[in-house]
Write a protein that binds this ligand. Structure first.
Ligand code: AGP
Length: 605
């Protein structure tokens, strides 16, 4: 993961580097660092904590210079500490790196045999020392190209040179890298978001490409060092990007923004006049589609799982789903009649991007459901369906999950209707219900006070279970993921009917068990499974969209969300689970927006 930034300017750059690093913290927050060049000296400032910490260090001990690089780390090689924090510098070169050098041990050995001394346990330091070696008899660009040839793995790099104080070299293989243009100032960054406060003119490096920045120029090179031109994109302005408003943290803001997310998304895709869904330009005509393959990671994978139930219920189409890190290594029989859909909030998740690349190599049609439309996954897919959620800053995905579900549901309705799998009156009814979704989410959010009380019951728990059947099973998985990533409490999501095949052994007196039971065809079955848990001492937290009287005495806590239809209930039932995870984490004083060991964008394998 990690975030990198570089600025070449005619004025001091450290303040802008710090501001950009704050925006890149979603990529990692194990440590932060900056290196600037002044009077032919590389000046490093680093800390083992967050960017705020680094900013304090810089206030006490400023680091001037009109050229510099910065880094936020998500540790891969070497524990998160000061020594392993980037940049990694020799006397002549300073490097920031996002990605993994797979042959770093081998390269380290070769360098050590030649007398190089390593200070850190990182894979990055081999890059610094290889470039330092090469610079003994080469110009910077040649030295970088020579080094790149030795590296295996995926990376994005930013490099400055003591003896060449005007240039920053950037290189991309696998991990994303963008450059930004301004007057008397140019930029390098892991994404356009980090550069947005400085410029909206962006070019994206493709795999194998390298760039050389000065304050007045940017040159691009392909893998063979031929000069190339790159397209300049004008990126959109996002409103309220980094403003928490009156909320304690981004996650609570994002949870409460969900009625707006839903409204925006529904308005974008539903043509109210024509009473139709305005999804056009299908890469394969819906009637000719043989199969839909949905791929994602984490929460995005859960939205694929929910969509599978919807497609199966509403359409005649076959659906397959997979976790991207599995998909990319399977021996898949690709079929040009299939549509391969990649779901990703960030659009930068390495496993999802690699799975998409494999599809492209096999010449099949791809679609991405993304939040960041300038992202790698969006740019690389044949067809993009944006979720219009706006920037999601909290590491735990909330409003993006909601957006993914809405877009997948809308796509499912459209495909089902074009194929003639649902009749016009049902299609219209489903669209009308969708329009009611924003208000129903608003009502669901009023459950917060009850959820705060419920959260207290999790404080002394040793673990918890989330159960559901049908499309409530992936919602159970998502509820469990939210709770574990935010509150560090062990949580498992299970299909309720599967409990007796093993996990029932975990039930003991007082274990919190969240039962998700909308009034659908599984309702009675789920209630029976719940009784099996009650009989063994489980403490039940029951979430339904059914009538109040279905919340019986044996239940410790009951919550009821509004009922729209059996499809949209999945979306509504996810909301109280987000709030539950949030409040348990708040009571446990956990870092809500930046849970330990995680990052918002997972750009390593
Ligand atoms: C969600 O709360 C997680 N932080 C995580 O599972 C996330 O959904 C996953 O890493 C995929 O990210 P993406 O949507 O940006 O591809």
């Amino acid at each position: 993961m990690c975030g990198i930034i570089g600025i070449a300017s005619s004025k001091p750059v450290s303040i802008n580097i710090i501001n950009s690093l704050k925006k890149l913290e979603y990529r990692g927050y194990d440590s932060a660092g900056i290196a600037t060049l002044k009077d032919q000296l590389i000046n490093e400032r680093k800390c083992s904590g967050r960017v705020d910490e680094l900013e304090k260090i810089l206030l006490k001990s400023p680091s001037d210079g009109n050229i510099g690089i910065g880094h936020v780390r998500w540790a891969t090689h070497g524990i998160p500490n000061l020594i392993n924090a980037h940049p990694h510098s020799s006397e002549n070169v300073s490097v920031v790196h996002n990605g993994i050098i797979e042959n770093s041990d081998e390269l380290k050995k070769i360098l050590e045999d030649k007398g190089s001394k390593f200070k850190s346990q990182t894979d990055t330091e081999v890059i610094t020392l290889l470039i330092t070696e090469a610079l003994k008899n080469m110009e910077p660009l040649d030295a970088v190209f020579k080094t790149l040839k030795d590296l295996k793995g995926s990376f994005a790099l930013g490099i400055i040179f003591k003896d060449f104080p005007d240039i920053i070299i950037g290189a991309r293989r696998g991990s994303p890298l963008a450059v930004g243009y301004s007057s008397n100032e140019n930029y390098l960054g892991s994404d356009s978001y980090a550069l947005k406060s400085m410029t909206n003119k962006i070019s994206y490096l493709d795999d194998g490409e390298t760039c050389v920045l000065t304050k007045n120029s940017i040159s691009f090179f392909d893998v063979k060092k031929n000069k190339i031109n790159k397209k300049v994109h004008i990126v959109s302005d996002d409103e309220n990007i980094s403003d928490k408003g009156n909320y304690k943290n981004f996650m609570s803001k994002e949870i409460f923004e969900q009625p707006i997310t839903a409204k925006k998304c529904v308005n974008e895709y539903i043509d109210s006049l024509k009473k139709d869904i305005n999804i056009l330009n299908f890469p394969i005509r819906p009637k000719e589609l043989k199969k839909i393959v949905l791929v994602g990671c984490g929460t995005a994978y859960h939205s694929c799982l929910v969509a599978k139930y919807w497609f199966e219920e509403l359409s005649s189409i076959e659906v397959e789903i997979d976790i991207a890190s599995e998909f990319r290594y399977r021996k898949i029989k690709f079929d040009p009649k299939n549509l391969y859909i990649f779901v990703s909030q960030s659009g930068e998740t390495a496993d999802t991007a690699a799975a998409l690349d494999i599809c492209k190599k096999n010449k099949v049609k791809t679609c991405s459901v993304v939040n960041v439309i300038e992202s790698t996954i969006a740019r690389n897919s044949d067809w993009v369906l944006p979720i219009h959620a706006g920037p999601e800053i909290g590491v735990a995905s909330t409003k993006a999950f909601l957006g993914q579900l809405i877009v997948l549901y809308i796509l499912c309705l459209k495909i089902s209707s074009v194929r003639g799998d649902i009749n016009k009156s049902n299609y219209n009814k489903n669209i009308e219900n969708l329009k009611k979704l924003p208000d129903a989410i608003k009502k669901t959010l009023t459950l917060e006070t009850n959820i705060q009380l419920m959260a207290k019951e999790f404080l002394n728990a040793r673990g918890s279970m989330f159960l559901g059947r049908g499309s409530s099973f992936p919602i159970a998985l998502e509820g469990a993921l939210k709770l574990k990533e935010l509150s560090y409490l062990h949580a498992e999501g299970y299909p309720a009917g599967e409990m007796k095949h093993g996990p029932l052994a975990l039930i003991e007196e007082g274990l919190p068990v969240i039962v998700i039971a909308p009034k659908d065809k599984y309702f009675e079955k789920t209630l029976s499974n719940m009784q099996e848990v009650i009989a063994r001492g489980g403490k039940i937290f029951f979430i339904t969209d059914n009538k109040k009287d279905s919340i019986s005495e044996n239940i410790r806590f009951g919550l009821r969300v509004p009922h729209l239809d059996n499809f949209l209930s999945s979306i509504l039932l996810a909301v109280p689970l987000q709030m539950l995870a949030y409040h348990v984490a708040l009571l446990k004083n956990c870092d809500i927006d930046k849970p330990r060991n995680l990052a918002k964008s997972v750009t390593v394998e």
